[in-house]
Design a protein around this ligand. Structure first.
Ligand SMILES: [Zn+2]
Length: 737
């Protein structure tokens, strides 16, 4: 079918359309043409042909009637009524039926989403899009079911609270309002770096218990676990402990002092005394860190999940700090329980720093070696490059949650502050949708992008304003007992901790690969023009955020959305709208942020070189991954990639097969099936007797225990290894690089 012509009627250029959600947009005759054509294509599939000429007549009649009747504003339903009766006048009954049906369905979907009875029924019927939305939640467990029920209610109510055009854009899949099951229903915050130092130094209160500052590292880590559980129940995103080795060292000093005093009582030789005290302290450190590992993995927040926790470490230089670093890694390498399963939490983030641990001559090089061994066996730690993080984000700190970064910030006394700061939420923009709607017309792409960004602005400002409606007593652990750094009185405004850019709020995006593909074809990664275009897209997001920060006084940051379930949702909705489009919707997932197409196999070095240019514009959240074959015998290959990345990228994760079958003893990569993963040797897929670990978003997950949404499963299955040892890429890179 040819495109219908829409000669712009001169009078219609002054007409605006009033949408259902109250937005006023310029009238676009192309949209009417598209709707008619879509309905005609549908009936054509059912064997009913209509000539292009006839359709063109219908469109001309519609535009003529609009021109006659309207000069300024027209309501959307008035246009739709004219379309309907014109189709009927032309005796095109099945097209009219199709057109009316499509409209009614859209109205249905909109009402259903805000209908609590309907959404609860969907949950009770265990609809996969509801129960598998978050790979970290076990939907069979009572308290998770309770959380899902309350989340379902909160979603339906939240949708009604949102500004109508934001709710509408969310339902249509133009944007995604994250964590709708918590916010705006509740004025919660998203993720944070907990100010453990403040809390452990001054004591805090949880429930009825006043907790005194700890006198040993064991008590300190026990308190940390308590704090994490409580913080995780008071916000909806992840929480992190920054520089945990340096944080805990002063408490281990007290263990050392105790052991020294004890030794003085029983041992005469000073050398032996020291030896004894150090040995005992090392044991205490190991035990404390192991207890923390088990505590975190056995915690259940009120959200019915293990808290999304991240530990950042690696910069300490004293023997105690080094001992803490090594203990964290040794405990992770050992694994959990009798079967030595891979711990999923906490996420470990190890920092590389030139002069500290990067080169063989550096004092902490041995810890880096241990980190490499740990990554080959357990995937974590991910690594931060100290200098690059400072360059990209303005100061050094671990991410909040899996990848959200605070930007450098100083308080009124000129002190740099990281721990105690937070993010107020994320709204993600569906970039592939805009590219598909623009049909490859770049000018149209930019104009649609700027329209959508207005909706994003309204959404993000609403998020901030809603979060400000909390009172300190709603979440005492955060606002009154130090987790957010400053202790507020009950009657103070929580905005004290958000304003002046202390808090961040994030504009997320997804699918830059698909955007490039619409304009430049599926293999655009080496096309400089395509690269420049995609960079310009992310820079446009960055520039808007900078303007909003000026206007509103909060830090708006661009965030490369991890999109655990979003990769599926946006693609599913776009497939409905545009059909299966090769290399875009037919994959059944959208590519994460600025990442290289997961189906291709560049070397890790090529991949990082391609991706390294994006984070300058999305410093609010970013991570790079490389896919490796089994690395256990070859940590040097991984080290080559880490070293190569040091001056190029800030944050790097390792994906390598570490699955284990306890039935037949297989270790390596389980093979994907339609639903989960199975042992390639014996076919075992029972989570009780195997350990399957995949990176589901920024975090690791156990897909056999907790199934993922369809699109994420497809994406993981499509991932191609970036390193093969047959071609000596690593050796060459080490020589050249
Ligand atoms: Zn097996």
């Amino acid at each position: 079918m040819d495109e219908l012509k829409t000669p712009l009627q001169s009078k219609l250029t002054t007409v605006n359309v009033i949408k259902r959600d109250g937005r006023i947009m310029a009238f676009e005759p192309e949209k009417v043409a598209q709707a008619i054509q879509k309905a005609a294509t549908k009936t054509e599939q059912d064997g009913q042909e209509v000539s292009d000429e006839e359709l063109q007549n219908v469109l001309d009649d519609i535009l003529a009637e609009l021109t006659d009747r309207f000069t300024t504003n027209v309501k959307i339903y008035e246009i739709q009524n004219i379309v309907e009766h014109t189709l009927l006048d032309h005796h095109l009954y099945s097209i009219a039926q199709e057109y009316i049906g499509y409209r009614t369905q859209r109205d249905f979907a909109r009402s259903q989403a805000t209908d609590i009875n309907f959404t609860i029924k969907k949950l009770l019927n265990r609809d996969a899009t509801v129960v598998n939305e978050n790979a970290n939640k076990d939907s069979q467990v009572f308290n998770t079911q309770r959380d899902l029920t309350s989340g379902t209610v909160a979603k339906a109510i939240g949708l009604k609270m949102l500004p109508p055009q934001v709710a509408n854009a969310h339902l249509k899949g133009e944007i995604h309002w994250h964590d709708l099951d918590y916010q705006p229903y509740s004025p919660m915050t998203n993720c944070c770096l907990i100010d453990f130092k403040e809390m452990l130094t001054h004591g805090f209160k949880i429930g009825n218990a006043e907790v005194e500052p700890p006198h040993s590292i064991q008590t300190a880590t026990a308190q940390m676990a308590q704090i994490i559980a409580n913080v995780a129940s008071s916000q909806y995103g992840g929480c992190s402990a920054d520089r945990v080795d340096e944080l805990l060292a002063p408490f281990a000093e007290r263990n050392l002092a105790k052991h020294e005093a004890e030794a003085a009582e029983w041992i005469d030789e000073p050398e032996r005394r020291k030896e004894y005290a150090i040995k005992r302290t090392k044991k205490d450190i190991y035990d404390a860190m192991q207890a923390l590992e088990y505590e975190i993995n056995t915690l259940y927040s009120s959200q019915g999940q293990t808290p999304f926790t991240t530990l950042g470490f690696g910069l300490g230089t004293s023997w105690i700090e080094r001992e803490i670093q090594k203990s964290i890694l040794k405990i992770r390498i050992l694994g959990l329980g009798k079967e030595h399963r891979t711990a999923i939490f906490p996420k470990l983030v190890f920092t590389l720093k030139r002069g500290l641990n990067l080169a063989p001559t550096d004092p902490n090089y041995d810890v880096k070696q241990l980190a490499l061994e740990c990554a080959t066996k357990r995937m974590y730690p991910d690594i931060l490059s100290y200098d690059k993080i400072v360059e990209l984000t303005g100061s050094f700190k671990a991410p909040m949650g899996c990848r959200s970064f605070l930007q450098g910030w100083q308080d009124e006394n000129g002190q740099e502050v990281n721990s105690g700061r937070m993010n107020l939420g994320v709204v993600t923009l569906n970039l592939p949708r805009i590219a598909l709607e623009s049909k490859g017309d770049q000018a149209r792409f930019w104009s649609l992008l700027s329209q959508r960004l207005q909706v994003c602005e309204e959404a993000l400002v609403f998020k901030v304003n809603r979060a400000k409606q909390a009172h300190p007593y709603n979440a005492p652990i955060l606002y009154q007992y130090g987790a957010f750094g400053k202790r507020l009185r009950k009657d103070q405004s929580v905005d004290e901790l958000f304003k002046n850019s202390r808090a961040t709020v994030s504009l997320g995006y997804i699918g830059l690969y698909e955007v490039g593909t619409v304009f430049f074809g599926p293999t655009w990664e080496h096309d400089p023009e395509a690269k420049a275009f995609t960079l310009k897209v992310v820079k446009a997001l960055h520039d808007h955020c900078a303007d909003w920060e000026q206007e509103y006084g909060y830090h708006f940051s661009v965030y490369s959305t991890p999109s655990e379930s979003l990769t599926d949702r946006f693609c599913r909705l776009d497939t409905k709208k545009f059909g299966k489009i090769k290399d875009i919707t037919d994959k059944e997932y959208y590519t994460n942020s600025f990442h290289y197409d997961v189906r291709k196999n560049p070397t890790p070095f090529e991949k990082l070189d391609f991706e390294k240019d994006y984070p300058q514009y999305c410093s609010g959240g970013f991570i790079h991954y490389c896919e490796y074959p089994n690395l256990k015998q070859n940590p040097k290959a991984l080290e080559a990639v880490w070293d190569y990345g040091y001056d190029r990228i800030g944050y790097l994760g390792t994906n390598t097969p570490i699955d284990q079958c306890f039935k037949c003893g297989f270790k390596g990569e389980f093979v994907p099936t339609a639903k989960g993963f199975k042992c390639p040797e014996c076919g075992n897929a029972d989570p009780a007797s195997c350990d399957v670990v995949k990176r589901t978003c920024g975090y690791l997950g156990n897909p056999n225990q907790r199934p993922m949404v369809h699109g994420r499963h497809e994406e993981i299955v499509s991932r191609v290894k970036h390193l093969s040892f047959s071609n000596n890429q690593v050796a060459n890179q080490q020589r050249n690089g």
